[in-house]
Design a protein around this ligand. Structure first.
Ligand SMILES: Nc1ncnc2c1ncn2[C@@H]1O[C@H](COP(=O)(O)OP(=O)(O)OP(=O)(O)O)[C@@H](O)[C@H]1O
Ligand SMILES: [Mg+2]
Length: 213
């Protein structure tokens, strides 16, 4: 039913990590979930292939940008939530994802350099919204790989606020996040009681609230 794209120009800010773990949170809420891997690196497929968890049953490869919108619409007919993972530095794929999505999440790391890339990703999502002539996609920032309670992270929240889009609950930089990936699992499966998992639960609840509006 709902399509959520995770996008951003910069590499390594946590897009795929957010897609995989959000998918698991929605599955834990009892929703049917599909993940479209629209990144030519196919990180979601690689993550899923490390294990036999929920990702191994949810990830579909989308080989070409021009197929993405049709594939997303189809997946949304068959599932409650469709999450699209997009590559860094490939504006065409991110644009197609924004044209298909109800909500675009733009993760941003704590470095001031991340903010420059974020502004470009924001303009792209706004351009897609203008083309659709609607309020969609909604756009939200997600502070990602944040070292909690550092000055840099506190600065990030206020810098994001100043860009004029709402900021969702932050995801901290934690070793267990990468450990789960090496087992082919999401945090909900690998470390269900961890503080890291609790952050993704909070993020999923916030996303769900937006999608219900
Ligand atoms: N919250 C986190 N805590 C610790 N490590 C993280 C976190 N989020 C992501 N990582 C690690 O950082 C690296 C990059 O993350 P990820 O692949 O999710 O980013 P990405 O934005 O999808 O990258 P790309 O642009 O290459 O697709 C991975 O090794 C991942 O395990
Ligand atoms: Mg990725």
């Amino acid at each position: 039913m709902a399509i959520v794209a995770v996008a951003g120009r910069k590499g390594g800010v946590g897009k795929s990590t957010i897609v995989g773990n959000l998918a698991a949170e929605f599955a834990a809420m009892g929703r049917s979930v599909a993940i479209l891997d629209a990144d030519p690196q196919h990180s979601m497929v690689a993550w899923a292939e490390q294990g036999d968890g929920m990702l191994s049953r949810s990830v579909q490869k989308v080989p070409a940008a021009n197929e993405l919108r049709a594939r997303a619409r189809q997946a949304a007919e068959d599932n409650d939530i469709v999450l699209i993972d997009t590559p860094p530095g490939a504006p065409e794929v991110a644009y197609q994802a924004a044209l298909a999505a109800d909500l675009v999440l733009l993760p941003c790391g704590p470095s001031p350099l991340d903010l420059f890339a974020l502004k470009e990703a924001l303009s792209l999502a706004l351009k897609a919204r203008a083309e659709r002539g609607s309020k969609k996609p909604r756009i939200r920032f997600v502070p990602s790989k944040v070292l909690m309670s550092t000055n840099l992270s506190r600065g990030l929240a206020s810098s994001l606020d100043s860009l004029g889009k709402k900021v969702l609950p932050a995801i901290g930089q934690r070793v267990v996040v990468a450990e789960a990936v090496s087992h082919g699992l999401t945090l909900a499966e690998h470390s269900p009681d961890s503080p890291a998992r609790a952050e993704f639960t909070a993020l999923a609840k916030a996303v769900d609230k937006i999608l219900r509006k």
